[in-house]
Structures are given as C-alpha cells and as structure tokens.
Write a protein that binds this ligand. Sequence first.
Ligand SMILES: [Mn+2]
Length: 315
Amino acid sequence: MMEDLAAIFSSGTNIIILHSNADADAVGSGLAIALYFDNSKLLAPSGISRVGKRLLREIPMEVLEDANLDDYNNVVVVDSCTDTMLGIRDFDWSRAIVIDHHSGADGRNFRHSLIDEEATSTCELVWSLLKSEKIDEIIGLALLTGIIGDSGNFHHAKADTLSRASEIMEASGVDLAKAFSMFHMDDNDDISQRISRLKGGQRLKYLRKDRWLVAMTQVSTFESTVARGLLNLGADVSFVASQNKNNYRITARANPKALGAGLHLGNLLRDVGEEIGADSGGHDGAAGLTGMGESEAILNICGEEALSLLTRDSK
Ligand SMILES: [Mn+2]
C-alpha cells in the first residue's frame, strides 16, 4: 500500500490540499510530499497558520489559494479527513488520496488512504511513505517541525513518535533546534510587530488577586501577538484592545494554568458581549470581541471578570 502511494505520487502530477488555517503538521506534510515527489503543487484554500507561514518562509514554495483539481492526476489531502477540518464544503472525497491521523474517516470512501489514528502527527505517516536512507535537510525540517507541533514539543510523544523523529534526523541531518526555532522566531523579524509589543508593554495595566495576574493594554495593531507577548511576560490572562475610530476589537489569550482553573475566554467574552451588545467568538484559550464605542471600559470589565472567574473558588 505504501509503495503503491509512493508510486502514484511519483508517476503523476499531485495537488496537495492543506486544511483550514494549516498548522505545522499540515504544511510540513505538504511540503515534504511536494519536495520529495516533485511535480506537486500545494493548495491552501482556507488559510495558513502563523507557524505554517513561518515554515514556508524557511522553505519557500508557492501555495495556491484556488485551483482546478481536474488539472491534476492526484488530489491529495493531508492532516484532515472531513469537510469541517478541511474547510471545504461538499468536498468530493472519493477522488482524494487521504493521509491523516484524525478520526472521522471510518467507513468512508477514498480513492486511497493512509490513515493511522495512533500516529501523533501526519508528518510521521508521510515519513513512513518516503522512508529512505537519505532525504534533504529541508524535507527533514518540514517533517520534524510538523511532529514537534502536533506532539506539543514532544510532551505528548509516544515511543514511536520519538523513534520516527530520530530516523528523520538521521536521514536528513536536520538540526532539532532549527525545527524548534520555527515556533519561536516567528514574530521577531517584523519590526512593526516588535514595536507593537513594546507599546503594549508601555501602556500595560494589570490586576492581581492571590496568585493570578490579568494584564490589559491597548495597541493599534498586532493585538494577538501582543496578547501572547503579555503571557510570556508573566500574565495568566491578557486582553488587548485596538481602537479604530468608533469601533474596537479586543483580543484575549489565557495560559494553560488559567484554562486548567476552568477559565474559558470564548464563554467569558460571549457573556460580556451579550451584556454590552458586542460580537464575540473564540475558544477557551483564545477569543475576541468586536464592538462600538470606547474600548477602555470594556477592557476593564473583561479583566475584572477574568479575575473573578479565576478566584471564584478561593475563600
Ligand atoms: Mn496533525
């Protein structure tokens, strides 16, 4: 089967579709296949994540936003196996060659598939497909970065994950630190983002109760980068507002400790939003709110609310 897939990829033209907001695993898998098998194109119809873009800066390859799939012999989907994950409605899966480690593929009809829910990452499955004694260092970097991403810096790695990572390092000579740097250096090369973070620090206010710290600030752009920066500085939760005339946007981030204490920023901002008539959306650790008026009072409401949720059980 794996030999079959390798033979299929090398014999025709391939279009490799990355899932919505493509992460390191998706981009790494796509890059590795495209680099190894040549005659391949990458397609990301629903966006690429920050780390995905970082990897693509390191390993430059054109990524299409739109394509006619009929122009290619092989339609390949990596790291997703459902419409929701892929970000395409009513996708014709029966034409797809699917390489994935998510659940959701059961009983469905693909042209071919290499699916292993036990695998920590899709990049490991791609590696099992290439498995050759020598691969380029950049292919090694693509695969290793995906594995690091999906294994949470190896925190959730299984023995298999580590041996595959080690095989990839052996075969490619890729440096582990180089792969880790894909997750660290992402913003540092953009001076305007760095200035935004410093301004965010300059205008910072914080609230403290017990062992919890909640930070609030205002910038004109790059709110999410600033919000993450505040967590790095030591805040458990951060709220960053940007004001554009009469409209504002608030971006919130929380660290794992705050999530472990039950904080859910998506719910928090939904409640605040319902109260003041503003739109919100997001997840437990990352969420946003947009509304009309002055952001400063709303920032304070958010900060106080987060702090009271975090300390609600303490006497
Ligand atoms: Mn994955």
